[in-house]
Design a protein around this ligand. Structure first.
Ligand code: HEM
Length: 495
């Protein structure tokens, strides 16, 4: 008897083999005009695709240096990826309308993995850009309360003793709780099962996306249907929010747009602003999963990476503490206080600079012609090799050196009016948050949260890597650099 999982695997393997052959046939001569890093031959290009999985950043750097400010292509398991650099070509991508270059078919295949539609995407980005960002100062106190509450539970320091804390898992939980304080409020943001669901969602989605992406478009829904537990995920999300949604709808019915203790959270914004889009419980659950997906893992990764850098260079700790204490003395624990922390901001931006790999990933829905006259066919992945641009010595002096104060010094030189050096600033030369119309709308919230967490840890604890251990090696999952796991020793700060 063949069991069900063997049958599923065989089905997937057969679809995969058929689609590989199909994609060899589908090579478009338009792409021949673009230089290749690795093999151009359709069959050997699969070797390059394997190589790219292991040596992505050096291959991007090689292509960038060979074609400076031009185009090159690399074979990946989902076909050719065209890499564009230089301000003009990046501007071309930025200006292209969504029905020509879409970001929806992005790395995580949101349509298949999270069941997210184009309308959902536009709606979520809009709420993040307007409501979430405008409420950063107003919700700061809640976010900070939740950060502290969650840290206290995860770092049980007593007396002067050191305690060992697994950083990656702890940061994910703390960030998830604090962010969800603004997404769904209390008590749900403290429900450990709810947090676990959202943390696992990222990992499950990434794993599923890696598989789905191996298949051509027509086969993706079939593969997703066979492998995904999407409907049970959404169902779970619905059960968590059902009582809140029912109660809030009842209030809206009774009092209209406003009532005394109307919550100021993302679920409420979703409910109040959703005229013309799906207003079902399922729709709200799906969008909450999506915004958690967009915000939790990204923010935790950004925090963990910069925290490891600070741990690796203990001499920077005192100046950073001093900055926090000065800013808090002037502004208190507020968003204005966070805005005064230029050194912390600079460390975070520098950490994001050195960790970026690919940016502005798009898929061409129609043939797309760059301003240099080169056309790519419909169905081509296009991206910007940020790993190479962020390491270009003409843009960043001593690019290989991690200089935590790089941007703080530039801000001091250029004065406060110069905004281009802040962690949230995007440009064709700093691409961690993307660039243009779709640049991350959650970046202002995320940067503020990372700074609040870092500032609190700096002034509350002493911390160091375990005796004899150093920062763990990061690894790459599909163009995203993930910090490795490590234990960090914490104790109450000794003044
Ligand atoms: C350090 C943390 C974060 C990083 C590094 C990050 C990075 C990104 C990147 C690279 C994009 C794609 C941009 C493009 O393709 O041009 C993006 C899009 C997006 N991000 Fe973030 N993000 C972070 C945090 C957040 C948070 C906290 C939220 C929401 C609470 C969020 C919501 C979104 C949304 C809704 C989009 C889609 C924008 C659109 O399609 O127009 N992100 N983010």
């Amino acid at each position: 008897m063949v069991d069900e999982s063997t049958l599923r695997l065989s089905l997937i393997a057969s679809i995969f083999v058929v689609s590989l052959f199909a994609s060899w046939y589908r090579r478009d001569p338009l792409l021949d005009a673009i230089p290749t890093v690795g093999f151009s031959d359709p069959i050997l290009s699969y070797l390059s695709a394997i190589r790219y999985k292991v040596y992505g950043p050096p291959m991007l750097k090689y292509g960038y240096e060979k074609t400076r400010r031009g185009l090159f292509k690399i074979a990946t398991f989902r076909g050719w990826m065209v890499l564009a650099s230089g301000p003009e070509l990046i501007e071309d991508i930025k200006k292209a309308p969504d029905d020509v270059l879409t970001r929806n078919a992005s790395l995580v295949e949101p349509e298949h993995t999270l069941g997210v539609t184009d309308d959902d995407n536009i709606f979520i980005a809009g709420i993040t850009r307007s409501k979430l960002t405008r409420n950063i100062a107003a919700t700061f106190k809640e976010v900070r309360d939740e950060l502290i509450r969650s840290l206290d539970a995860s770092i049980p320091v007593r007396g002067d003793d050191w305690v060992k804390v697994p950083v990656v898992e702890t940061v994910q939980r703390v960030v998830c709780a604090a962010t969800n304080r603004v997404f769904v409020g209390t008590p749900l943001c403290r429900d450990q099962n709810y947090l676990t669901m959202n943390i696992n969602l990222v990992i499950n989605t990434l794993k599923l996306a890696v598989l789905i992406r191996l298949f051509p478009k027509p086969l993706k829904p079939i593969v997703a249907h066979v492998l995904s537990n999407l409907s049970s995920q959404i169902q779970q999300g619905m059960e968590f929010i059902r009582p809140m949604v029912e109660e809030r709808f009842a209030r809206m019915e009774e009092f209209g747009d406003d009532w005394d203790d109307k919550p100021n959270d993302t679920l409420m914004w979703f409910m109040s602003e959703s005229q013309g889009v799906d207003r079902s419980l399922r729709g709200f659950a799906r969008r909450l999963l999506m915004i958690n997906f967009a915000g939790i893992h990204t923010t935790s990764t950004a925090f963990t990476s910069v925290f490891y850098r600070i741990l690796s260079d203990p001499e920077c700790i005192e100046p950073l503490r001093h900055e926090v204490e000065t800013a808090i003395a002037e502004e208190g624990w507020t968003k204005a206080g966070m805005d005064k922390m230029h050194k912390i901001d600079s460390f975070l931006r520098e950490s994001m600079r050195v960790n970026s790999i690919l940016a502005v990933s798009r898929l061409s829905l129609r043939p797309f012609t760059f301003s240099n006259g080169v056309t790519v066919p419909a169905g081509t992945s296009i991206a910007v090799p940020s790993a190479a641009i962020h390491m270009d010595g003409e843009i960043y002096p001593n690019p290989e050196e991690f200089d935590g104060l790089r941007y703080a010094k530039l801000r001091e030189r250029d004065g406060d009016a110069a905004t281009g050096h802040q962690a949230t600033s995007t440009s064709a030369e700093f691409l961690t948050f993307g660039y243009g119309r779709h640049a991350c709308p959650g970046r202002f919230f995320a940067v503020n949260e990372v700074k609040a967490l870092l500032a609190h840890i700096l002034v509350t604890y002493d911390f160091k890597f375990e005796e004899g251990k150093q920062g763990p090696r990061s690894f790459i999952i599909d163009s995203v650099r993930i910090p490795g796991k490590a234990n960090v020793m914490f104790r109450k700060r000794q003044k």
